[in-house]
Design a protein around this ligand. Sequence first.
Ligand SMILES: NC(=O)c1ccc[n+]([C@@H]2O[C@H](COP(=O)([O-])OP(=O)(O)OC[C@H]3O[C@@H](n4cnc5c(N)ncnc54)[C@H](O)[C@@H]3O)[C@@H](O)[C@H]2O)c1
Length: 259
Amino acid sequence: MGEKLRVAVLGAGRWAESAHIPGWQRDPRCEIVVICDPVVENARAFAGQFGIPYYTGDWQEAVARADVDIVDVVTPSHTHFELSWAALEAGKHVLCEKPVAYDFRQTLRAADLAKSKGLKTKLGFTFRYSPGVLYAREMIDQGFVGTPFIFNGYEQNSQWLDPQTPLRQVFVDADQSVIQTSSLEGYGAPIIDIGHWWVGADYSRVVGTMKNFIPERMVRATGTMMRMNIDDGDIFIHEYTNGAIGSIQTSFVTIGNYP
Ligand SMILES: NC(=O)c1ccc[n+]([C@@H]2O[C@H](COP(=O)([O-])OP(=O)(O)OC[C@H]3O[C@@H](n4cnc5c(N)ncnc54)[C@H](O)[C@@H]3O)[C@@H](O)[C@H]2O)c1
């Protein structure tokens, strides 16, 4: 085996701690060389907890380092595009948490930039690797299912049904007169991805609705109850470019867990 791939992890938060950092460290082909968080105490704590040799509060410094091959963006969603774009411009491969951007055209631009520089990119679509999802795909590949005509996807639970449960991953300075994607992005993205993967086609047409059921919530970043105009439930139907059709429903304010 050649030299190890050297990783800079941006974001010393919950998901980095439980998924990304343990994932990189399980693979002997990689090593994390820097952990970065503007809350420097968090970066320092993770450096100690995971034995990472260097920490910083400055993401630009982390991205510019010559000894970094891969940048792992596991920061709040509204920062993903700026950080991923800068990493690609600096010639690094990028693993980015979803969503890359709130406007799909920016995501396509980033994909083009990566392609033009011969860089690899990947999204944090972990559900693809769950045994049931892999098995279903295997049954499609083997022809057991036949041609998929209809894909129905649900991801819903009661995680933020209680308005006192501190909400994270929200942009507190967002214009609250306009609904912000939340459940559709957080819960919808993996299901939308699985649908694309199983059906083997992009969307051609979509119609749906996003709804804010719980107007005021405890926000972790401010520690106060705040108006948060986010979609905490949504439903849409769609057509795929190959003629299949589908429906998606996501919510984090429903009783019962699907899956
Ligand atoms: N794929 C999945 O199944 C899945 C699951 C959970 C979370 N996520 C995604 O992971 C991302 C992080 O979620 P989380 O729960 O860990 O959030 P979190 O708020 O716990 O952690 C994010 C960390 O990033 C830091 N940060 C902010 N700006 C930064 C910057 N410019 N550079 C470096 N660090 C910065 C914050 O200080 C914070 O410590 C979100 O985009 C979320 O949607 C994905």
